[in-house]
Structure formats: C-alpha cells, structure tokens
Design a protein around this ligand. Sequence first.
Ligand SMILES: [Zn+2]
Length: 263
Amino acid sequence: MRKIFAVISITLFFMLCSTSFSAATDLESMITEMEVKYGKCVPVQWGEELDGIVTRFETDSKEIALTLDACGSKRGSGCDEELIRFLRQENISATLFINARWIDANPDFFLDLANDPLFEIGNHGLLHKPCSVNGRSAYGIEGTADIPELVGEIELNGVKIEDLTGIKPYFFRSGTGYYDEVAVQIARDLGYIIAGYSVLGDAGATFSREKVKAALLSSRPGDIILCHMNHPEGDTAEGIIDAVPLLIEKGFTFVRLGDKVVK
Ligand SMILES: [Zn+2]
C-alpha cells in the first residue's frame, strides 16, 4: 500500500512540476555524463577550425549560406532591421545565431524572426563565451571555466529557444567562434552541429561597406558566410545589400545551413 502511495505521489509530483524542473534535471544528468566521459581530458587545441567544426558544405551548384550572429550584451543587442527587411524583400534565406541575452533584449523581434520560414534559428550560447573546459580566452573574453559551465552555456540557450519557439536548434556557434577539442566533442555529444565559417563577412561588424561587399563577392559554392545582425550602426547591411544582387547575377543562391548540413 505504501509503495502504491509512493508511486502515485511521485507521479503527481512530476505532473505538477514545471518543465524547468525537468530541464534542470536533464542539465544535471548531462553534466554528470560529460564529466564521466571527458573529466580527465586535457585539451591541447584551441581555434575556429578544429576537427568537428563545419566550415563549408557539400554542393554541386552555386549555393552559399549566409549566417548572421546576434551576440547580445549592452553593446551588442541592436537589431539591424534594415538588413532583415532587405533579406525578406529579396527572399534571401539565412541562419541566425542568437544569444540568450539578445533574445531577452528583443523578445518580440526574436519571435518574429523565429516564425519566418525564410530564417532558421541557431544557438549562439547563454553568455557568449568561447567554449573551453578550462577557462581559455579568445579576444579577451574568458571562456567557460569547466564542463558544467560549458554544458550550461550551450544547453540553457538551446532549451530557452525551444521553450519560446517549440523547436530546439541543432546548430551551435560559440561566442567568438573559439573552441578547444574537448568542448567540440561535448557540443557534438549534446546533439549539436558546430557551425564555423569560411568567409569572414564583417569581422564583428567592424568592416567598411566596401570590405563587406568584397568579402561576400569572394564566396565560392559551399561557403558559409559569417556576418552580424546586431550592429545596425555598422556597415554590414550596406555591404550585404551591395553584394547580394551581384551574387545573384553570378548565379548564386542562398540556403539555410539546415537545408544542406544534416545530422
Ligand atoms: Zn557573437
């Protein structure tokens, strides 16, 4: 009798609990699993093009993928509405890598983008940290300190996006795009494809209009272009608007990463 009561109590407890409880439980078990598997590994590599990072895709036609990062933070939570308007007007697909802090700063715009089939949402991390298992930095930005922080950096934004859109992203790009090789394996074990890039489109939205245009015009079939959609004050939109008609004239079409790179 006591056993039946216990089973009913546990069932009711789980039924009454919010999804955040199960998400927290999932996170804890993921951390434990990764610590058991990788806890003794000491990384020796650090970079943007390690094995396991997808920097280009296979294609036999003139297809390229435009990816746009939205990094968040006080200075990085802008919305390049001119750029998004242009992409919609020209029917240009893109994959948008969105950080949790950017979502919090732009909740309505985020949902507007997520509901548009032209775009695909990727995970750009919780706090925009380079992915490390021992706190290695890139561009002065401290990386995740250990496996628990790394798993949280990836998974908590993945769950946030899933809660808001009903779809869990399966592309991940870290803040700064840097990883050690253990972090790459962990992100892959968590179910993500890691999206690097082959064309540096705007260097963190610091390129001039001409430089953005030239970078995009250097694209070859199968390239992944990295630009930003969170700095409307920069020249990214202008450079893309200059380059896209010329790329279309050359016969290029734009794809979302998910159209070409599958798990
Ligand atoms: Zn970023």
